[in-house]
Design a protein around this ligand. Structure first.
Ligand SMILES: Cc1cc2nc3c(=O)[nH]c(=O)nc-3n(C[C@H](O)[C@H](O)[C@H](O)COP(=O)(O)OP(=O)(O)OC[C@H]3O[C@@H](n4cnc5c(N)ncnc54)[C@H](O)[C@@H]3O)c2cc1C
Length: 331
């Protein structure tokens, strides 16, 4: 077992390192590296990705392992599983971390199974016990309670972190870059990527957004969601929705926040025409400031928000949007 703490970089389709990777590097450095007496390392998997090593170095990685292969150009769970599993087998890291993104949710459990390692997902706190086992905190029961989970075994202890919970903090290093070649057999890849389409959106991605404006069934129609988009654009926010709004066909599933949608953790979450079910809360309960707009003073969302406005959203939201525009124009 080495004393290395690895952070597996998560990349966007455009090939940029996602912010959650910097958050994982920063928190590992603050909470784990000193206590373990370990070395912070980044892991880059892909094709033509080695130039990104310096990006990981900016957030404290002293060493970066790079696995490059044409078969890793587009993400497939099979190829990525082989790449990371072989790397773990060869170098035996102490801890393996990643962001809790759709890609890591897909392939890290496969890697953990191959390494016979434990995997704790969507963690909101990282620490080490006195005997240097990883202990993490994660939400349970739709965010109604928080569980501390201790690893019992020292096989690579693996965890993913919830985006937007930990502060990214620069600590510039000039990392040693270690290029590794891993044999990936094309016949072992059952997933065939036909086409990769990047969705052009003027708004930030939900899971990484610092501000989110979400709409629920109270909007009444897809057309009325323009109120949500206008407010979101006025404050540079992402736009989300409740499941009822998605199931009613107002907006696409990719906007759904909640237990069966995306988990978000912005600084500001504005819930409009959303009642505040436990399933919705499971996806946005860790938002730092929650604002609710609802015409029903008894709506459960008012038990959970920091600021509540009781009233008709069709009157309130346009006024709020105009006021935000005026205020922001003055700055
Ligand atoms: C297994 C399971 C998983 C689920 N997963 C999710 C999930 O991931 N995400 C999710 O969101 N839900 C999920 N749900 C559904 C969840 O239980 C709720 O049904 C859903 O969140 C309700 O959405 P809503 O608040 O938009 O609708 P409603 O509960 O119908 O609330 C609409 C609100 O709009 C208000 N309103 C209406 N008109 C106006 C107006 N003019 N001005 C102001 N306010 C107005 C009403 O007072 C009401 O409070 C799940 C349910 C199950 C069983």
């Amino acid at each position: 077992m080495s004393n290395e703490i690895w952070v597996v970089a998560d990349l966007t389709i455009g090939g940029d390192v996602r912010k959650v990777t910097f958050e994982a590097l920063s928190e590992a450095r603050r909470k784990l590296v000193g206590k373990l007496g370990g070395q912070l390392c980044g892991v880059l998997i892909g094709s033509g990705v080695s130039a990104l090593a310096s990006e990981l170095g900016k957030y404290g990685a002293e060493k970066v392992y790079v696995v490059e292969n044409e078969l890793l150009k587009d993400y497939t769970p099979e190829a990525y599983t082989v790449a990371l599993s072989e790397l773990i087998k060869k170098h035996n890291p102490y801890i393996v971390l990643a962001g809790n993104t759709s890609v890591s949710q897909d392939f890290l459990p496969r890697v953990a199974a191959r390494a016979e390692a434990g995997l704790a997902v969507d963690c909101i706190d990282l620490d080490l016990t006195d005997d240097k086992r990883l202990v993490v905190k994660r939400y349970k029961y739709s965010a109604k309670s928080i569980a501390a989970v201790e690893f019992l075994d020292y096989k690579p202890m693996m965890a993913t972190i919830r985006p937007n919970v930990f502060k990214p903090e620069e600590d510039v290093k000039n990392p040693e870059v270690v290029s590794e070649s891993v044999e990936i057999k094309p016949e072992g890849i059952w997933t065939k990527i036909l086409e990769v389409r990047r969705k052009e959106s003027p708004r930030p991605e939900l899971t990484e957004a610092d501000r989110i404006v979400s709409g629920g069934r109270g909007l009444g129609s897809g057309e009325n969601f323009k109120l949500i988009f206008e407010l979101a654009d006025a404050i540079g926010a992402a736009a989300g929705a409740s499941r009822a709004a998605v199931d009613s066909g107002f907006v696409p599933y990719e906007m759904q926040v909640g237990q069966t949608g995306k988990v978000v953790s912005p600084t500001l979450y504005i819930a409009i025409g959303i009642s505040g079910s436990i399933q919705h809360f499971a996806g946005m309960g860790s938002s730092k400031v929650i604002v609710a707009i609802n015409k029903d003073p008894d709506a459960p969302i008012f038990q959970k928000c920091d600021y509540g406005i009781v009233g008709d959203l069709f009157e309130i939201v346009p006024v709020l949007t105009e006021e935000f525009k005026k205020l922001l124009a003055q700055q």
